[in-house]
Design a protein around this ligand. Structure first.
Ligand code: AHR
Length: 324
């Protein structure tokens, strides 16, 4: 009897072990990572291109993306980050509309053990270790490249005095502060350069338009240069310059930043003289970095993409389609 029982147990055991051996590895449809991303809004072709790029990169890498659009409001971004924490996402990413006011919510993310990636823009904080890294353009260098172009252009035209108006991006945002600083530093040693006024255009086309009207009313033909912190505001300003009877690109030197397709088309027409590139294509680097953070790997503190200058110094017909 005992012998029969032993044989039965052996049979059952070998059956269980064999089924275990021949079993295929389980196929999982689980996403590799859950990423919460708070986008600033949809204020520009750049921003829309950036959102699209992030969505596509997440799709390609099998990352589940919780995307929230803050419609240009910091309080909406803070609320989104709190939702990501409550939802226990693996990694949080966000593009801070302005630099200050993030410490409390970032401390909450830190306490919850969720790593945070800054995308596109930086923050100012006194507390160490609230964010893991920053993936975004070198805005200071962009401003510098704009200033360096202007000096070359003034040289080539033989200008003796250069009156500049500047339409800036959102006050207290990283691109606004750093583009302005880079531009001012680049032209600082050139005594021909005179910045008549800097005015906040909030990165919006409508504000580019209304600011340009105001600047033309105030300075008229004294304006030699319009330095605008993004394409959207530039595209708003150009029709106002034409309405006032000036030819943009000839009567006034127009310098823009971003390098979206619409602005590049206008550069090709000769109505913009220079566009400094700011690439919105940050999605791939963001996904790679988020995966590394989830795996507990070290990441670079600051990741800047390479950027270039498009201008009337080159054969603009050769500029490839921009994709945003
Ligand atoms: O932060 C990047 C800037 O934000 C881009 O230059 C601008 O177009 C966008 O709205």
């Amino acid at each position: 009897m005992k012998k029969k029982l032993l044989v039965l147990i052996c049979l059952i055991l070998s059956f269980v072990l064999c089924t275990g051996c021949s079993k295929e590895p389980e196929q999982s449809n689980e996403p590799s990572l859950l990423l919460g991303f708070s986008q600033i809004g949809s204020e520009s072709a750049w921003r829309i291109g950036n959102t699209r790029d992030i969505e596509e990169a997440a799709g390609k890498q099998g990352i589940s993306l919780m995307l929230e659009n803050a419609n240009q409001k910091q309080e909406n971004q803070i609320a989104a980050i709190r939702r990501f924490i409550a939802y226990k996402v693996d990694v949080i990413a966000f593009s801070p509309i302005v630099e200050d006011g993030w410490d409390n919510v970032l401390k909450e993310a830190k306490d919850a053990g969720i790593p945070v990636i800054l995308v596109d823009r930086d923050i100012s904080t006194e507390k160490e270790g609230l964010t893991s890294c920053l993936i975004g353009a070198d805005f200071y260098r962009e401003g510098q490249m704009a200033g360096e172009y202007l000096i070359r252009k003034a040289d080539s035209l033989g200008l003796e005095n250069v009156n500049i108006v500047e339409i800036t991006g959102t006050i207290n945002s990283t691109p606004m502060r750093q583009r302005q600083a880079g531009f001012m530093d680049a032209i600082a040693g050139d005594t021909r350069m005179n910045v008549m006024e800097s005015i906040d255009g909030d990165f919006l086309k409508s504000r580019g338009e209304e600011n340009m009207r105001y600047l033309l009313d105030k300075y008229g033909e004294d304006i030699d240069v319009v330095f605008s912190h993004n394409d959207e505001m530039t595209l708003g300003a150009l029709p106002e310059i034409e309405k006032a009877g000036f030819i943009p690109g000839k009567d006034m030197i127009i310098i823009s930043i971003d390098g979206g397709q619409d602005a590049i088309n206008v550069l090709k027409e000769g109505k913009i003289n220079c566009v400094v590139e700011c690439t919105p294509k940050l999605g791939g680097i963001l996904m790679d970095t988020a995966l590394k953070l989830k795996a507990g790997e070290a990441v670079k503190e600051i990741i800047h993409p390479d950027e270039q200058v498009f201008s009337d110094e080159q054969d603009t017909a050769k500029i490839e389609p921009r994709g945003y």
